[in-house]
Structure formats: C-alpha cells, structure tokens
Design a protein around this ligand. Structure first.
Ligand code: GLV
Ligand code: MN
Ligand code: MN
Length: 406
C-alpha cells in the first residue's frame, strides 16, 4: 500500500524540515551535543519517530527481537532486499549527524525515488540499528552483531550500563540473537554516514564511497592499588594505580605515533574518586585502531607490555579485558568501484566503526560519506550543510535505484 504522502519543496528544504523534527531530541542545552543512549527516553522517542515516518510513507515496520527496526518498501518476506539505514544512538555529547543522517537520508531517498516514479524490482528496507556506539552497554554495533550472530544473545543480554541495567532489561526481553532467516533476505546494504574527517573538504567533493574500515577494538584495563590517605602516606609507601594508569595513557599515545596508528584513552573510572585519597582502583578504556591487523596487534601488545612493566614499579595489579574487536573490513571492491563511477565520487578508507562493517561479512555492503566542514565527530562540533546532506540523499537515491532496479 502506498500512502498519499506528498513531496513538496526543494530537497535541501525538505531535508531541513525533517531534520528539525529530530534536532531537539536528546540535545543537551549546555554542550549542544546529544545524549541519545540506546533504549533510553530520547532514543525511544526517535524510534517512535522512525515508525511515524514509515507510517506516513506506507512502509510497514518490523523488529528483529534484538532492538533493530526495519521499514519495508516491498514484501518483508521477499528476499534479495536492499537494506539502507544507520543508528540513532550517540556517544556522550555527540554530534547530530553520526547515525541519524543515514536514517533521515533513507526516508528522503525513498521520497526521491517515488517522486521520480521509480518502481524497484527488489524490496527496499530501511533500518535503525540499536546501540551502534556502545555508549550505554560497552559493545559497539551491538544490534548488527546480534542480528548477524557475531555476538551471542546470552552475552549481550548480560551487558550492563553504568546504572546496572542489563541490555535484556532495557530491551524488555531476552535478545533474539542471530537471525539468519532475516539476514538471508538482504541482498545488499548501503549505509550513508557523515564523514568523520576532512578528506572531502580537501577533495572539494560533497560525497565519497568507502573502501575499508580500519581494524579496531576496545580494551579495559583495571589497575588495583591501595587506597590510603593523601596527606599521611609517605610517597615511598604508596601503591598508586593512578600512576600506572597515567603512564599507560602516555605510552599508548607514543606507541600509536610510532606505528602511524591511533590510540585513545577517553574514559576513566576512579575509586573512590576523592581529592584527598590515593585511589584504590583506576579503570581505563583503550580504544586502538590501525590500518592493518598486524599493526593493531603490535600496538596493543606494546601497550600491554608498558602497563605490566609500570604496574611492577608501582606495586599495582592489572588485568586487561578485551571488550570488543572489529577486524579489518574491506568493502566489496567491485560494488564500491561501481558506485564511485555512478556518482563520480572519490573512494576513502575510515578509522571509524559502523554497522556496515559488521554486516559486510555477510552481504555485499557499501558506505557513502557526506562532507563534514569541521571534520570533527563524536563532538557537538560535528557538521554538515543542508546542501551537502541533500547531495547525500541524491547520491543514496541513485545508488538504491541502481541496486534495486538492475
Ligand atoms: C563508532 O563511531 C566508532 O568508530 O567508535
Ligand atoms: Mn560514531
Ligand atoms: Mn555512526
């Protein structure tokens, strides 16, 4: 059933209208960034918005039992569907575009195709994946990992947020886990995403096609020492985990620079977190990325070595836990080349993770990037002009037409 939804106005204006509907949801007035954690109130509001947009266009919505939403142009049971979409959730105080741009663009691309009288011969499915950033439950691309079976349902169910709420509790049920029946109905996936760097600014192009995602992962390191009084404990008598932590942060930065890789410690938890107490425990999270798996493994080994060496000097005890690892993703080269030729767009690798990286192991997958004038992401400074977002929608519509009509 097609709705009587009418498309009016220029594409940049229609983009702005739709964008303004979601712009206030989860925005922090202080930072101007977004707090849209998976399955919390702002993200639930965006999921309701997804359903209403699908409804306006006569696209029935289904769920996969893992928190991922799908809107269908065509019979949901028919195979060889082309999937497009992204995620609503954000990192703490994240930008507006990382994720939602891919979903808003998917709805507008459907409008473009319908306005042009395109009748796809393959079903088109729009997706909103849950917990892509891992900002609430710690594992990025949780929804696509569950759907594809990369993460067992039991492990996901037990992941807990900072308040102790489990993923199963937030979802309201045990996650369904791998859905090969559903995944098998998708013949291709295209995720449109804001660029998270300045390559398109430098190339003076609005849109690019992705070639690869660097291998990357998250390692938690717990450093346990001895809590004690800051004023009375002699320096020589201390077992201070903050020293081990601080040294490790500096070592990670140095080891990454030596290898042309990336290492970040952007999250830390201190116990008891008191100004006048030597901490009893410090936990840091290392985010490490490199162009190839060998370099990444070398970087993580080197950081582990420095951590262990420093812990011996400080009299602290350390444990390192691998929380998630995403291998190198080389997107389907033939598909990327075909889309780059179709769009006349450059082809770029990225160091950022995406649901497209997870699904690429299961079906031909491509990504489109939209220029970001600041080049900044995971921050309120993330940006894209309405004109470039419209160019992204046009590019996505052309790609979807190419894939669904040939
Ligand atoms: C997700 O955006 C990531 O790369 O961490
Ligand atoms: Mn992100
Ligand atoms: Mn993203």
């Amino acid at each position: 059933m097609l709705s009587d939804f009418v498309v009016e106005g220029s594409l940049p204006n229609r983009f702005r209208e739709l964008w303004d509907e979601i712009a206030p949801v989860g925005r922090d007035a202080g930072s101007g960034g977004y707090l849209r954690y998976a399955l919390t109130e702002p993200e639930l509001e965006l999921r309701t918005w997804f359903r209403s947009q699908a409804d306006r266009r006569g696209l029935p919505v289904t769920e996969d039992g893992n928190g991922n939403l799908f809107a269908h142009w065509g019979d949901p049971e028919t195979g060889d569907a082309v999937l497009t979409g992204s995620h609503f959730d954000s990192v703490p105080h994240g930008g507006a575009y990382d994720g939602p741009l891919g979903i808003v663009s998917a709805f507008l691309a459907v409008d473009e195709l319908r306005a042009a009288g395109v009748a796809p011969s393959r079903p088109l499915v729009l997706a909103a994946f849950v917990e892509e950033e891992g900002a609430r439950f710690g594992v990025p691309c949780l929804g696509s990992r569950l759907l594809s079976g990369a993460l067992p349902a039991e492990r996901a169910a037990g992941l807990r947020d900072a308040a102790g709420v489990s993923f199963a509790e937030a979802l309201g049920d045990q996650p369904a886990g791998a859905r090969p029946d559903l995944l098998g109905r998708f013949g291709a996936f295209v995720e449109l995403h804001v660029e998270q760097g300045r390559a398109l600014v430098e190339a003076d192009e609005p849109v690019a096609v992705a070639s690869a995602i660097w291998p990357h992962g998250r390692w938690r390191f717990d450093v346990v020492g001895e809590g004690n009084h800051a004023g009375t404990t002699r320096m020589a008598d201390r077992r201070d985990p903050m020293l081990t932590y601080a040294f490790t942060v500096l070592a990670a930065n140095k080891e990454a620079r030596l290898r042309g890789a990336h290492a970040t410690v952007g999250r830390v938890a201190v116990e008891p977190n008191a100004t006048n107490a030597i901490p009893s425990k410090v936990t840091g999270w290392l985010d490490a990325r490199a162009a190839d798996p060998e370099t990444l493994a070398g970087l993580v080994d080197a950081v582990r070595g420095k951590l262990a060496e420093r812990a011996r000097r400080d009299g602290t005890a350390v444990t390192v836990t691998e929380e998630s690892v995403t291998p190198l993703v080389a997107f389907d080269g033939a598909l990327a080349g075909r889309l780059a030729t179709l769009l006349g767009a450059p082809v770029l690798p990225t160091g950022a993770g995406h649901d497209a990286g997870v699904l690429a192991a299961h079906l031909p997958t491509a990504m489109l990037f939209v220029r970001n004038p600041t080049g900044v992401s995971h921050s309120p400074a993330e940006a894209a002009t309405d004109a470039d977002c419209a160019a992204g929608v046009r590019a996505l519509a052309r790609v979807l037409e190419e894939l669904t009509c040939r």
